[in-house]
Design a protein around this ligand. Structure first.
Ligand SMILES: Cc1cc2nc3c(=O)[nH]c(=O)nc-3n(C[C@H](O)[C@H](O)[C@H](O)COP(=O)(O)OP(=O)(O)OC[C@H]3O[C@@H](n4cnc5c(N)ncnc54)[C@H](O)[C@@H]3O)c2cc1C
Length: 619
């Protein structure tokens, strides 16, 4: 252990992850905490990290309140409808009422925004989306964070949260290691804001072998946002609400601009509108939800999956009409060049010119995240002026651990935040974290050297395991005494794929399969004690895997608990195929006991605050 130097840093606000939410948190923490010490720790480099690393072509969440385009209430209704009723409306409203101010700052900071030539307003792609030339999006928000923080640590992966030893259930900081130097870093902090993104690669991806890494969601998002809080006993919500995306095949190019701006549409292999064909069958499963407008994302997926299973595939996006217009053709290509270059490359390699050939679509493997058309994540307090008692415990976006906050993909129950909403939520969390410190809630935190040293030993153990076990390697990679991170990852992905509703079963699972999945995950957890790492990069892979495995356990427990099929098209409980509003119009909340590793689950009421308030006003 002596060969891994230890560095100590004491601070007020520690931000874990410098993506959209993390940069927002770092920026806002400085605004409210002028004299505070603010540190941001990032696994990659904040200039090009997180899901927005390559850039985006649209900001997907902008109300346009100054022009009366949308109000926060409208966004709450929209997100509630898309998530089949299951959202935290207090969180959604709170984000929506602040998101425009965030976007206006991006504009001031130099993000190139497209403007509507006639009105001078931001150019709309859809009701909520505005179009940008977004290749520089991430470096711009990173600069704001760099100017605000006392220090940004790049290339440090946070592996564990530290707990206060003088007061129960209070945060004390975080530890991790530098993936370039191998040094051990201890951050003792009064508050921690976890903003570490969502989770890809917990379900087996469609692209394996040479294509591995080509996923829709960022392949480096490994569920730390969930595993870090779960490990210390924070409550989580809606972890069963994994998302499946309908995207261009093989390159996962986004379809939003195509549907909304280019007005392209989908059809089956016979040129038919297949969505209509599945209306009656879907109505049988979910009742009136199929009549809602816009059709919830999961139900559109459902029609796609059913049509493919019935032999109507491949499903195509009809681009050949829109691409005859040279302007739309340019927009179509630019959409990928600024955001998903890989899709353009895939089309070139497959001889597809969308002007003459309608490209294929596919449904992705499931991902776990809290900021897109899905809302898995931590159970957090809402704002004091909006939240009912069950949803409020003192500080906005604080988890059920004192002093531990979350934002972006970390936070559950608040879907459709996207990049701008995640940055906004980071700002909200930071403001509350500073208040928590100013309210003297973080006095006399005690983190002993023993707690840190124990983590140090655990963190570097995979290097030791490899060093000893490498003597037994045969055939290049096979050893009886350790498993490599890639072997462990593939085992995890198969368990999730085959038992928890991945692509192998067309997203189908049931109570018996989930029970078996949990058994296999428990054995995997045991075997991960023997994961070996031959270098620091593999050490990162080992910890990414451990975080993915813990996240997967939580997803599986939640999927088992909710005995209905709430989101057909995201997953199916074959033993409870229908949506069941009588018993399951509620949020699911879990807690893993850090001592025993056992999960307990409960139902929590879902409050429809927006329309309730309106009803009260009317009466
Ligand atoms: C393919 C794709 C397309 C999208 N398209 C759009 C779009 O067009 N418009 C739009 O508005 N939004 C879009 N989004 C959504 C948007 O990107 C996310 O909502 C947003 O990035 C979430 O912010 P976040 O901070 O939670 O996560 P991220 O931005 O992903 O940031 C998480 C950060 O945490 C770091 N990290 C992870 N683990 C650790 C650890 N253990 N220690 C330290 N650091 C860690 C990561 O490196 C990363 O920098 C898209 C997302 C994806 C995946």
């Amino acid at each position: 252990m002596a060969k891994h130097k230890t560095h100590y840093e004491d601070c007020d606000v520690l931000v874990v992850g410098g993506g959209m939410a993390g940069t927002g948190a770092t920026f806002e923490a400085r605004h409210w905490g002028r004299d505070m010490k603010i540190i941001c720790v990032e696994k990659a480099n904040i200039d090009r990290s997180g899901a927005v690393a390559q850039g985006l072509y649209a900001i997907n969440c902008y109300m346009g309140m100054q022009w009366g385009e949308n109000q926060p209430e409208d966004h709450v209704r929209y997100a509630r409808n898309d998530l089949m009723g299951m959202v935290r409306e207090d969180l959604g409203y709170d984000m929506a009422r602040h998101v425009d101010s965030t976007v206006h700052m991006f504009d001031e900071w130099g993000l190139p925004m497209m403007k509507n030539e006639k009105t001078g307003r931001y150019l709309r792609e859809g009701k909520w989306q505005i179009m940008i030339h977004g290749e520089s999006y991430k470096p711009i928000v990173a600069e704001a964070a760099k100017k605000s923080a006392d220090k940004i640590y790049n290339r440090i992966m946070i592996t564990h949260l530290l707990m206060d030893e003088s007061q129960e259930n209070r945060i004390g900081g975080a530890v991790g290691f530098n993936m370039r130097t191998g040094d051990f870093h201890v951050f003792r902090a009064k508050t921690v804001i976890v903003a570490a993104g969502g989770a890809s690669h917990i379900f087996k991806p469609r692209a394996v072998g040479e294509g591995m890494g080509r996923t829709w969601y960022a392949p480096w998002s490994n569920g730390s946002a969930y595993a870090l809080p779960i490990a210390v006993g924070a409550k989580m919500t809606q972890m069963e609400n994994r998302i499946v995306l309908c995207r261009f095949k093989d390159g996962y190019g986004p379809v939003g601009a195509y549907f909304l701006h280019l007005k392209t549409y989908t059809q089956n292999a016979n040129g038919e509108n297949y969505e209509k064909k599945w209306y009656d069958q879907t109505k049988e499963l979910v009742g009136d939800y199929i009549d809602h407008h816009p059709t919830p994302t999961c139900l559109r997926n459902h029609a796609f999956i059913q049509e493919t299973m019935a032999g109507g595939g491949p499903i195509h996006m009809v681009t050949t009409e829109a691409f005859q217009d040279p302007h739309l053709e340019t927009v179509g290509w630019e959409n990928f060049l600024g955001m998903t270059v890989g899709q353009a490359v895939v089309w070139a390699s497959q001889n597809i010119d969308p002007k003459y050939t309608n490209p294929e679509l596919t449904t992705s493997e499931p991902y776990v995240m809290g900021s897109h058309a899905t809302c898995s994540g931590a159970w957090v307090s809402g704002p004091e002026d909006l939240s009912p008692p069950e949803y409020f415990w003192g500080y906005n976006r604080m988890l059920t651990i004192d002093g531990l906050f979350g934002a972006g993909d970390t936070v559950g129950g608040s879907a459709h935040k996207f990049s701008s909403g995640s940055f906004t939520e980071g700002r909200l969390a930071a403001k509350a974290a500073v208040k928590y410190i100013n309210d003297q809630k973080a006095e006399d935190i005690k983190v002993t050297d023993k707690q840190c040293e124990d983590f140090k030993e655990a963190i570097f153990k995979p290097l030791e395991t490899y060093q000893v076990a490498q003597n037994e390697i045969t055939g290049g990679t096979v050893s009886p005494s350790y498993i490599s991170p890639i072997q462990g990852l593939q085992r995890l992905q198969r368990i999730m794929d085959e038992y928890v509703g991945g692509i192998a079963t067309n997203y189908m699972t049931n109570g018996n399969m989930l029970k078996r999945g949990l058994e296999l995950l428990a054995w995997l957890e045991e075997d991960l004690e023997k994961v070996g790492a031959e270098d620091l990069h593999q050490l990162m892979r080992a910890w990414e895997l451990k975080h993915r495995a813990l996240t997967s356990q939580c997803v599986t427990e939640h999927t088992m608990f909710r005995e209905e099929t709430r989101w057909p098209g995201y997953y199916y409980r074959g033993d409870h195929m229908k949506l069941d509003d009588d018993n399951w119009h509620c949020l699911t909340v879990s807690r893993r006991d850090p001592k025993t590793g056992k999960f307990s689950l409960e139902k929590v009421p879902v409050y429809h605050i927006v329309d309730e308030n309106e009803k009260k006003k009317a009466s």
